[in-house]
Design a protein around this ligand. Structure first.
Ligand code: SF4
Length: 430
């Protein structure tokens, strides 16, 4: 790969903006991108669709980013609601959004979302390919052309990154068959490829014709997010041979993409108990030669439906501490129903907290993140309520609670005139 093959045609100001947001020099950022340790999803066609596009760097040394998934389903289609979801996600700090639509006019949803938000937008093109031209389930009937054409169509619209389950190949499938998993495959894209390979007795086209996929990616500057088709869907299924086999394949695919100057992100699990997160993150990072790691969770218990946004942010914070770069928002409706606008808002806020908690201990971000906490501590010491509310991750909610039970003193209504901060300050200053 040429030393400048990825960023050669990028505008300097784009690199400068990202470098300044992350607190490093343009040259260092460029080096990290060229070596594949950092990715900036940016479709070359997207600029024509959106004013004031916001680029985000994902990977080593960068702040932990948050992605928010939205999208229609075959059971529920309301395009305006999906647009509202991406807007609220960005309002509460989403660094990227993904449209996972599988119902209604999927092209229309994708194009609307591309126009409505300035952050990177991703999709999973296999979802649309698996619906066929009639919009009905055509998982095992799609041709390899249908799969590649879906990727091309999304790229042509300006999509910045796409999830591609190229690691779900015949070899990985064999490991799955020999496993004793409770929940065999919980990734929708992974399930499509597994069903397709078994039915058609053929290798996954995204794996078999990976070079062709790279050609499409190169043409549009499309970032490949190499999907986690074998992600465990239960705590007892975590860290098994099927998942690690897929990680090995993904590592090889990352290397090939780098040779061709295509940016990659690697997706990771899933449901993982707390004590396996460190090994999981570090192993995936090593096997993939430190590609940016995008985690779908990890969810650290299976038994909290309704609260899975908290479950995944516990896992996300720990994973971020060990090197995960990109956290996928999990909403309170995970495992239960298509999320509402409010579910997206709650999930985004909780995932942003996890990302910040990770940044507080992450090399390259620690000082910057700690400055925010220091500011909050100073505001608390001064009982400066306006400043505290301004610094809060969700100022509206913080204000609502503060105003709901006001104090007659300048402290808050928890201790009132017995405020510890005030009391000790008074005596220490004597
Ligand atoms: S009143 Fe109590 S809870 Fe409120 S700021 Fe003072 S010490 Fe903190």
């Amino acid at each position: 790969m040429d030393t400048d093959s990825i960023t050669a045609n990028w505008e300097k100001k784009d690199l400068d903006n990202v470098a300044s947001a992350e607190g490093l020099s343009r040259d260092k950022l460029k080096r990290l991108i060229e070596t594949g340790r950092v990715a900036i999803p940016r479709n070359a066609k997207r600029a024509a669709h959106v004013d004031g596009r916001v680029l985000k760097a994902i990977g080593e040394g960068m702040s932990t980013k948050v992605n928010v998934n939205v999208g229609t389903s075959m059971d529920y289609v309301n395009i305006e609601e999906e647009v509202e979801k991406v807007k609220i996600a960005v309002k509460y700090g989403a660094d990227a959004v993904m449209d996972l639509s599988t119902g209604g006019d999927i092209d229309e949803v994708r194009r609307r979302i591309l126009k409505e938000v300035a952050v990177p937008v991703g999709t999973v093109p296999i979802y649309q390919a698996a619906l066929g031209r009639s919009g009905e389930r055509a998982v095992v009937d799609m041709s390899s052309d249908d799969m590649f054409n879906a990727v091309r169509a999304h790229a042509k619209d300006g999509i910045d990154f796409v999830t591609i389950h190229a690691g779900v190949n015949l070899n990985t499938l064999e490991r799955l068959k020999r496993s004793n998993r409770i929940l065999d495959v919980v990734s929708r894209g992974g399930a499509f490829h597994v069903a397709w390979m078994i039915h058609n007795e053929r290798e996954n086209p995204f794996y078999a014709e990976y070079e062709y996929l790279l050609e499409i990616a190169k043409e549009y500057d499309l970032t490949l997010s190499l999907g986690d088709g074998m992600r465990p869907g239960a705590i007892l299924d975590a860290s098994d041979r099927a998942k690690y086999m897929e990680n090995i394949v993904l590592g090889e695919l990352v290397a090939v993409a780098r040779e061709e100057g295509v940016q990659t992100i690697v997706e990771g699990p899933g449901h993982v108990p707390l004590d396996e997160i460190e090994a999981s993150v570090k192993t995936i990072k090593h096997i993939t030669d430190f590609a940016p790691l995008y985690l779908l969770g990890p969810l650290v218990t299976d038994i909290a439906p309704g609260y899975d946004h908290f479950v995944s942010s516990i896992g996300g914070a720990v994973a971020g501490m060990y090197g995960a770069d990109f956290l996928c928002m999990v909403s309170p409706s995970e495992h239960l129903a298509l999320p509402s606008v409010n579910d997206i808002k709650e999930g985004t806020i909780v995932t942003k907290i996890a990302a910040h908690v990770a940044d507080l201990v992450k090399a390259g971000q620690r000082e910057k993140a700690r400055r925010l906490d220091a500011e909050m501590a100073q505001a608390r010491k001064k009982l400066d309520w306006e400043k505290q509310l301004e610094l809060a991750i969700n100022p509206e909610e913080a204000r609502r609670i503060k105003d709901s039970r006001p104090s007659v003193t300048d402290a808050c209504s928890i201790c009132g005139d017995l405020c510890a901060i005030k009391l000790v300050k008074e005596f220490l200053e004597k």
